[in-house]
Structure formats: C-alpha cells, structure tokens
Write a new protein. Sequence first.
Lengths: 335, 335
Amino acid sequence: MRIALDAMGGDRGPEELVSGALLAMRDADVEVALVGDGDVLRSVLRACGVSEGPRLRVAHASQIVEMRENPVDAIRKKKDSSILVACDMVARGDVGAVVSAGHSGATLAAAVRKLGRLEGVSRPGLASFFPTLKKPVVMMDIGGNVDCRPQHLLQFAIMAAAFFSIHERGNPRIGLLSIGEEAGKGNALIKDAYPLLAASSLNFIGNVEGRDVFQGDVDVVVCDGFVGNICLKISEGLAEAAMRMLGDEIRKSFWAKLGYLLARPAFRAFKKRVDYSEYGGAPILGIDGVGLVCHGKSDAQAIKNAILVANKMVVGGVNERIRREISGVPVSEDE
Amino acid sequence: MRIALDAMGGDRGPEELVSGALLAMRDADVEVALVGDGDVLRSVLRACGVSEGPRLRVAHASQIVEMRENPVDAIRKKKDSSILVACDMVARGDVGAVVSAGHSGATLAAAVRKLGRLEGVSRPGLASFFPTLKKPVVMMDIGGNVDCRPQHLLQFAIMAAAFFSIHERGNPRIGLLSIGEEAGKGNALIKDAYPLLAASSLNFIGNVEGRDVFQGDVDVVVCDGFVGNICLKISEGLAEAAMRMLGDEIRKSFWAKLGYLLARPAFRAFKKRVDYSEYGGAPILGIDGVGLVCHGKSDAQAIKNAILVANKMVVGGVNERIRREISGVPVSEDE
C-alpha cells in the first residue's frame, strides 16, 4: 500500500511531515510518496539521513496552496499544487490514499474534484473522532455541508458508520445530535431526518444531546456540517482556553507549580487521551478514493496516525461498505 | 426590590434555595418571596433559624412541575404550581422578577405566558454567560428557538446587547456565530442575517467562529436556539468529561495525588473562573418582566447570584432598553 502525503501542507513545515511518514513506515507496511517541491524534500530527506527508494519517493509539485487562499480559486489556478498532484496520483491509481495537513478547504475541494463522488453519495463530507469517557465517537459532518436535507444526514450516518466499522466490530450506535432526546425535539431538519434514520437498517438509538457526545454511549453522532463544524471549534476553543486558564492559576503560586510538576505524568496521560493527533486526521467520506485532512498544527505523531488510518481505510474497504449500504437509499439528483 | 424565588425547583431541594435567598438578602437590598409549599418552606426557615418577615415571606403554591413533565402540558394543568404562582406575582406587580432552578422549559413557557412578549419582540429567548480568557461573553439564543429567521437573530443581538450593557459600560461587540469569518461564510440563515446586523446601529464585528467564543474578543455571540443550546451542552459535557478524565489519571499515582493536593487552590480558582454558578442563571429576554432560569444543580451561591442579576436587570432597566432599541426594527406579525 502506497500513500501520497502532501509534504508542503501544515504549519510545522516539511521536516515534521517527513518525520511522520518515516514513523508510519517504521510501524506499518506502507510506502509513502512525498508530494511537493523536489529540491526542498530531497534536502529534508538528506537532513534526516534517509535516501529515496522504492518505499519512500518524492513526487515533484511546483506550487503550494496557501492558508489564506480561497480553496476553489486556488485549486482552479494552481494545477501543479502539491494537494492537486497528490489527489491526481490517487485518481490514477499510483497511490491508494492521500493525506494532507494543508488548507482543509482546498484538500476537500481537490479530493472531490479529482476523485469524484462515490456512486449514490449526494454530498461527501468530513468525519472526525471526538474523545469521550469511553471509546472515541465519530461525528459527521464537520466539514461545512451547510443547509442539509434529511437524506443527507441519513447518508452521513451510513458513511460514518462504515468508517467506524473498520475500527471496531459490531453494529455502531448512531445518534442524531439535537436539543432533546425525544423524537419530536430539534429543528425542522432533525425532526425530518429522525424517521429516515429510524426506518433505516442502521442501529439508530435516537437523538443525543451535546452532553452525551462525551459520555461514550454513542458511536456515531450525525449533524449537518454547520452544527458539526461549530461543535468541533467550540470544543477545541474551550479545551485550549481551559488549559490556559488553569496554567495561569498554577503559575500564581510556588506550591501549585510544584504540585503540577508532581502531577505532570497524569496531565500528560490526560492530554494523550484527548489529543486530536492520536486520531490522525479527519477522513473525507463519500469520495471515490481515500483522503484524510489533518489539523494544520499536526506533528509527526499525528501525521503517522493519519497515514495508518488511511491505510486502514483502504485495506478495510470503507468505500465498498459505503457503496453497498448507500445503494439502498437513493437520493434524487437534484438533492 | 422584591424577587420571587421558585423555592420548589432545582435538584438540591428547598434548603439550598432558601440559603441562596438569605445570601442575596445579606449582600444586597432585596426582598425575597419564597414560592412553594408553605408548610415545607416554613419548616426550612425554622431549620435555618430565620423567621418570616417583611423582607422574606412565603407565598404558598400547592403544586410542583416535575422535571420529566412536558412543559406546556404542565403549566396548563398545574395552575397552582410554584413557577406559575411566581410568574403571576410578577404579572400582578407584587414582585419585580422571578428566579427558578426548576424545569427550564416550564419556566420559559410560564414566563412567556403570564408576562407576555415585550412590544416588538418576535421571539423571547434565553441568553447565557460563557467564561472566556477575558470577560464573560453573552450567547443568545440558547433556549431552543429553532428554525429562526434572520430578523430573529437581529432581535437576539439587540436583546443580548441590552442585557450585556447593564453589566459593562461601552458598546458591546456583537458577533454572529458561523464557520468562517468572511461575510459569505455560514448557512443560509447566517448569510441572510449578516447584512441585517451590519446595517443596524449595533457594534457588529462580523462572524465569529467557535474558537473565538472563549478568546474574549467579542461580547455578544448571536445564534439560533438550536445551535446555541448544542454549544452550551457540548461545552458543559466536555468540561465535565475532561475533569473526570483528568481525575482518573491523577488517582492512578501517589505522586500525582500529592501534586494535585498542592495545586488544589489553583484548581479551585480555575473552577471558580469557569463555574456557571458565578454568573447566576440565564435571563429570559424579550418578555414583559424579568425572569431568570437557573441550572437544576444550582447551589446557594448560584441562586444568590441569580437573584442579584435579576435585581440588576430590573434596576438597570433592561426591558426599557430592549423596547427602545427594538422599536427601530419591526418584525411583521407572521414572523
């Protein structure tokens, strides 16, 4: 299995991304194609003391999509950008999957454009793991599919369940994110999506509330991409702000600082439990190929995990599962 | 200023609520009417060593709305429930405001029914403080006004700004909760609400993202009640889960436990900074009267703070501000 890594994306630079690729190759039977500026990448490889070879090769791309660019414009203009070249390699079958920590909007747009939608899928989207008190939960869509229709939510449920199933055996429990557990609670979209999910063959457990997401009693949480993206950003923002506030309080006293030092392994273990990098990026589901969008600040560990997840998605046949399940619930073309 | 306290609501029982009332009376020039079962409340007062008097009196109500009841049914059937009797007292002018830690849906429904909407207000809603790295931010609506129209969001902005203004001088910075900062980002509702807010006399700073909420660079965050309620519950759920996970890790080692003991004052200071009870409940805005909904698990401190906020809302003339501001932006009756 070979995976294309957009080696120019991400806030930490190519060195970090290349390190992630090396870690992945150490831990699993994967080959990596580093996509980006050939000179830059070869000098990074030299600095790492690694040479190009059949398991690790460089695929040159002369352009980079910058974070501030409009994604749709960027992928139209920058034909030789690392993310488009990487997606092209998946489309041609040179590699099985693409992983990028670059501009997420551009990655999503490039993947949908180059790979196309899976047959029957109305709107591809992004899923993400959330840490919980038990096992991580998958939430979909977090990728900005705004103004959805009920059938889109049903399709998100099917796709996220297929993704969940490559990680865990059993029939994942699907919940619809709402503001009350009863069937009649929610906005018009949720009220209309509820019966569709209830009538499907999915293991639908009904509405779940925001609090339930972190309890770990649901495996897949379904919502539109506006709500999902806000949930993700609210969670990230709260976690970051809370850690800063706690840090401020600890720095105010000598005893608190000493106490923190003693408790540091516990803090580290906690951080590892909630760290996004453990989950290795957000899969783009519903495209005819495998793609993962990583956080811009992903470190080598996060990149490694993303490559391993991409490998698992290809080997586990996520798209075959999605194709099979979704053929039962056709959505008319205009949707 | 006299305030009616629904003394039967809340998870901790009447003793906690009565203690909250006593704390409020100690700290401010307020009188409290305890609304609920007369026998129960008088025996609680006896146990506290306090006697009824002009500043603290008991108003009998024979019924209680239970948490599991449907709010609309409950307030239709239980005419002598503590929450309805308390709202009646506001309607008659016996008291200036009502505070309840009981069934929030029933409190909202009872307040809207007994007090009516303020002239020009299309949909009353609930606002809430969120802790941030700087000063707390007010978010509205968090009360379940689902499927809003753009003008409703404009009205939420006006009402929340009026509420914010009794706490802080200056022109509050208003942000629209979305998934990108640019004007074109968001779902259809947000895209249509943006120009209304931009054209208003409010200090509109544009879209804000979930991460921005906790940075403290915006004073009022506007969203529909579906999104707002989910944000609130996600935040509560994440905070609770994170604390439990951290606690689990700390309990695993002797040194971590010792460290935690040393750092405990810092943890306490942090908890106080993020504690909902410091903000004293969520104001119902847009009704012709003053009402606050408290968390079911509110302790005496939270109840005290809610009574003080209710007092501030009456004295500060929140409703006069709302009436004045909203008269400039009429909403047609069918909206």
